[in-house]
Design a protein. Structure first.
Length: 376
């Protein structure tokens, strides 16, 4: 067993860490306050080679794996998870195309991502978040085309995306009746709502999408008809280690901020870290951080080595989400009244952490997946 990162991984991690410290942290609070997509940061990260890591080299990407993506994402999210999410969301749509698209589809869309375009992964619907098999957007075959009708919600970067990877029902109810399509933003009948207002990760936009008889060529279907559910689950196997790293990044920041504050803030004649109840919080925060990090890296490493990682990915996502929420809660507690103030960074970490227990599969869904995998 080797826990050391190789030279290339350490270089990439360091590049992302330096970038987050220099470009993301100073702007995070203002981007959150103004709910502004971090376009300049996105452009810089793109030119530094920090994005589109999993796109194969023949389509202009870095040709790296899930572990590299996880390492970089952790660092970006240590800077700000809203920025990290906005910058890494392309990988969900990309992975569906990379792993299930035709050669023609890969050549069509992957170089566009490398050139800086954004794409969204559109699964969630008003009536189907946890229950992917229950989604209702329909794609009806009509000659050489499909006609899409329905709506999606909570779709990350949808207001800026130039194309979408859309899950829709082509058959009967249940998981075998779903298919997945590449849909251009410019398709007549497709419209995108304004970004939804939300508690945290406010610079990463999430919007509704409406399909009003959108006609697309059948050649834009990814994989076979009826394979949509499997493609969605496979995409989650690739994305959940990365989303676990969102939590690890925020968690690392909670520890850094809390440690620095606890060493300087004095009560009862000494720095509060000398009070054992505060020291214990920091010890627990640091231990759960390492555990979350190892689970995330392992889930990514497994899929990079061709192993089924469904169990590991859900364990990583579950643990990272629960432990970052606990860490953020304790960070606010360590800061006391200052933790509740927008003048200090930890109230944002607390707000940003909450959705990690909800998106990319709630903690409850991860437990269901884990329990099912234990019975395989
Ligand atoms: O519905 C599944 C699920 O995973 N739900 C959670 C959905 C989710 O994660 N939503 C998030 C939406 S996207 C999002 O949040 C992005 S927002 C921003 C993110 C971050 C920004 C960057 C479920 C609940 C696990 C399962 O549902 P069921 O309908 O009960 O299906 P099953 O019976 O379990 O499975 C049906 C068949 O599929 C096979 N399967 C299931 N999982 C897998 C994987 N790999 C391969 N095959 C899989 N992982 C399963 O074995 C069943 O096959 P059978 O042959 O029928 O037995």
């Amino acid at each position: 067993m080797d826990f050391l990162l190789n030279h290339e991984e350490r270089q990439l991690q360091q590049l992302a860490r330096t970038f987050a410290g220099r470009e993301i942290i100073p702007q995070a609070s203002e981007l959150d306050r103004t709910k502004t997509f971090p376009q300049a940061i996105y452009d810089q990260a793109l030119s530094l080679g920090l994005l589109n890591l999993t796109v194969p080299e023949e389509y202009g990407g870095a040709g790296l794996g899930c572990l590299a993506l996880t390492l970089v994402t952790e660092e970006l999210c240590r800077g700000c998870v809203g920025v990290g999410a906005a910058l890494s969301i392309n990988s969900l749509a990309a992975d569906a195309v990379i792993h299930h698209g035709s050669e023609e589809q890969k050549q069509w869309v992957l170089p566009r991502l490398v050139a800086g375009e954004l794409a969204s992964y559109a699964a969630t619907e008003p009536g189907a978040g946890s229950d992917v098999a229950g989604l209702q957007t329909r794609a009806v075959r009509d000659g050489d085309d499909y006609v899409l009708s329905g709506s999606k919600t909570w779709i990350s970067n949808a207001n800026l995306a130039s194309f979408f990877v859309v899950f829709a029902r082509t058959g009967d109810g249940g998981s075998t009746g779903l298919s997945v399509f590449i849909v251009e933003r410019s398709t007549p009948g497709l419209s995108v709502g304004e970004p939804l207002d939300k508690l945290g990760q406010r610079c990463a936009p999430t919007c509704e999408i409406f399909f009003d008889s959108c006609r697309i060529p059948a050649s834009q279907r990814i994989g076979e008809e009826g394979q949509g559910f499997r493609i969605a689950m496979d995409a989650f196997d690739h994305s959940r280690p990365m989303v676990a790293a969102f939590g690890v990044g925020v968690h690392a920041r909670c520890l850094e901020e809390s440690l620095a504050y606890a060493q300087t803030r004095q009560t009862m004649g000494q720095p509060i870290i000398r009070h054992q109840l505060i020291a214990a919080k920091l010890a627990e925060m640091s231990t759960s951080l390492e555990a979350a990090r190892l689970l995330a890296y392992r889930a990514a490493w497994l899929i990079d080595h061709g192993q089924r990682n469904t169990l590991a990915a859900s364990q990583a996502k579950l643990f990272a989400a629960e432990s970052v929420m606990a860490a953020a809660t304790e960070a606010v507690q360590i800061f006391g009244g200052m933790g509740y103030s927008t003048e200090y960074p930890v109230e944002k970490l607390f707000r940003d952490a909450k959705v990690l227990q909800i998106y990319e599969g709630t903690s409850e869904i991860q437990k269901l997946v884990i329990a099912r995998e234990l019975q395989r």
